[in-house]
Design a protein around this ligand. Structure first.
Ligand code: TEU
Length: 612
């Protein structure tokens, strides 16, 4: 093992830095949802050999690190986020040897690989849980969270607390054999591990983390990272949803009393010794300032986190009304972006940039405009321009680079396979309220996790969009794959894909501005235009500034006063660095065309950039 480790890992110094900054700050991460990326076996389910066959595509796009969503042994109650064996691979994905090959093939292309670490809970099928549930005196009983029943005034058995889980229903399930409830923040198939138990934590570090780091993977995306420490009083949450028996209770199990101790320990014992990169999923944060302790370099906890304020816009909150769509304004959207761009200023913390993942609808369908092919293309590019000009580490989700869109709105609930979608829909049906059913379906059409999980659209001329040669695919292929697919866009300089490639190169070339620069929001109250300034703060960056101007609407908008916004004396000092339109806006006597076309985005700079 020792030898594998030293061969596979890049030698870094103690803090994980290459030169002045760690490699992962300017890196482009790309999330692969393996069931839907590429199927090599005609089973209709993506697999690791399929992913390996497309690594050149990812390298060509400009990806530096692949994040692979869970491929471990699992009954798939929650698409592998319910792991029954951390050291085995779910057979339809391949084998441990395939993962080794994937690691080697990534490294051969100068890319890194991170795995998804799901250790807030296991599957009910995991040997640890089976042992834990076998008897009250099992040595592993305390590895999960067991509590006795309560009884109401009629002597009826009720759960230990009134908490509502993520996937609707209570967070507790009764175990007949041992006559106690176990806790699960997600599905009953996903019992929560008890991080308070020292042996349990050691087993997590060893059996789930070191096992894969020893095989050469470069780190982890860490699922639900702020939910390991619960408040151990196990008391009821205040009743905020009187219609329901179970209540939202994130304050009871999120950011609990020992959370920083646990993450620091994980860092000290595993992440740091291996120089492993970490990006944790951080939900339910009240303020960006609460994020800092998790990602401050000196705190030695996590390198990065995903904070969800922006990606949650439009949902009706995390719990009961999540899929009751709540419209919001562009200024609210911009305010959220600003918060999570600027909160790291003056600190040693770091931030991330993303607008898609496997738990959300497609960005172009949610934030852009898919009403015509022209607006789809323009808005997909402007969303790309927005992402590549933001400060922090950039994460792309599979298919985002070709502007994949939500499932067609005509598709019915039967095409939604996700446990969360199905449970919320069923809950609405069970309420007997038809309006709620219609509203939930409307919300699901925009926000459901299913949209990002349909098969990748590789090729418009091939069966199943080139995803699989099988007769069936595990989720239905989008009807519009003939229009939106990678093959059609490859080499077409006007396409979304080729735009992303150029944009990613540009981001890296001017990383002082885009990856590291200071963000200042402009025109904040404007409901049509999204405008901000990025300034280089490095010495070598001098006085370099970039002005990002985007038309976030389908109508023509006036451009801002570029010269003034960039702080330039003369118009001749202003350069158009980049634009979403094929040839860029016209130059008229040194002045730029004032009108911004629908969903047009431009980046102006105050320096001579040379050829780009
Ligand atoms: O998600 C954690 C989570 O709580 C949410 O952010 C998630 O978006 C979900 O929709 C809850 O409403 C992680 C995984 O990303 C997700 O796919 C899993 O279902 C979940 O953990 C449980 O492991």
């Amino acid at each position: 093992m020792e030898c594998l480790r030293s061969k596979a890992r890049t030698p870094l110094n103690g803090t994980g830095l290459i030169g002045k900054e760690p490699w992962w700050k300017a890196a482009v991460f790309y999330q692969v949802y393996p069931a839907s990326f590429k199927d090599s076996s005609a089973e209709g389910w993506g697999d690791i050999p399929g992913l390996i066959s497309e690594l050149d595509y990812l390298a060509d796009l400009g990806v530096d690190c692949v994040w692979l969503s869970p491929v471990f042994e699992s009954p798939q109650a929650d698409m592998g986020y319910d792991v029954s064996d951390y050291q085995a691979i779910y057979a339809p994905y391949g084998t441990v040897v395939d993962v080794d090959r994937l690691t080697a093939e990534c490294h051969a292309r100068d890319m890194k690989l991170i795995l998804d670490l799901v250790v807030n809970h296991t599957s009910v099928e995991h040997a640890w849980f089976k042992e834990s549930r076998s008897s009250k005196t099992s040595p592993k009983r305390d590895w999960y969270i067991w509590r006795p029943a309560r009884y109401d005034s009629h002597g009826r058995r009720i759960p230990p607390t009134n908490w509502r889980g993520y996937f609707a229903g209570p967070t507790w399930t009764w175990d007949e054999d041992t006559q106690e409830y176990y806790l699960h923040l997600y599905a009953p198939d996903q019992p929560d591990l008890n991080w308070e138990n020292d042996e349990c934590r050691e087993a997590i570090y060893n059996d789930t983390m070191r096992f894969w780091l020893d095989r050469g993977v470069d780190g982890f995306r860490i699922d639900t990272v702020n939910k390991y420490s619960k408040r151990t009083e196990y008391v009821d949450a205040p009743v905020t949803d009187p219609q329901s028996d179970s209540q939202p209770a994130p304050e009871m199990w999120c950011n609990g009393p020992r959370i920083h101790e646990f993450i620091r320990e994980m860092n000290q014992k595993v992440l740091a010794p291996y120089n492993a990169v970490s990006v944790g999923e951080l939900s339910n944060m009240a303020s960006p300032h609460d994020v800092i302790p998790y990602v401050s370099a000196s705190a030695k906890e996590l390198d990065m986190v995903f904070e969800f304020s922006m990606i949650r816009l439009g949902t009706g909150g995390g719990f009961g009304p999540k899929y009751i769509y709540r419209p919001y304004t562009l200024s609210t959207f911009k305010e959220t972006v600003k918060k999570f761009q600027t909160f790291i200023e003056g600190t040693d913390a770091w931030t991330t940039v993303f607008c898609e993942n496997h738990d959300n609808g497609r960005a172009v369908s949610r934030f852009g405009d898919t009403s015509t092919p022209e607006l789809w293309r323009a808005s997909a590019k402007t969303l790309a321009l927005w992402q590549i000009t933001l400060t922090g580490t950039l994460f792309l989700y599979q298919g985002q680079e070709i502007g994949m869109v939500n499932m067609p709105s005509e598709w019915g609930i039967e095409e939604y396979k996700d446990v969360e979608s199905r449970n919320f829909y069923q809950e609405a049906v069970d309420s007997g309220d038809e309006q709620r059913v219609r509203d939930t379906m409307h919300g699901l059409r925009i926000l459901a996790r299913d949209h990002s999980r349909i098969p990748f659209q590789w090729d418009g001329g091939k069966k199943n969009a080139g995803f699989s040669e099988g007769d069936r695919t595990w989720m239905r292929v989008h009807d519009g794959f003939g229009e939106i697919n990678a093959m059609k866009q490859r080499g077409d300089q006007g396409s979304v894909l080729e735009f992303w490639k150029r944009a990613l190169r540009l981001r890296k070339r001017f990383k002082d501005l885009f990856v590291h620069g200071r963000f200042t929001a402009l025109e904040e109250g404007d409901e049509k235009r999204f405008v901000y300034l990025k300034e280089s703060t490095t010495e070598s960056g001098g006085n370099r500034r970039a002005l990002v101007v985007m038309n976030w609407s389908k109508e023509v908008q006036k451009c801002v006063d570029v010269k003034k916004s960039l702080g330039c004396e003369g118009a001749d000092e202003v350069r158009l660095l980049f634009s979403t339109t094929d040839r860029g806006p016209k130059m008229v006597g040194g002045e730029h065309e004032a009108a911004l076309r629908p969903w047009e985005g431009r980046v102006y700079v105050n320096f001579e950039a040379g050829d780009i």
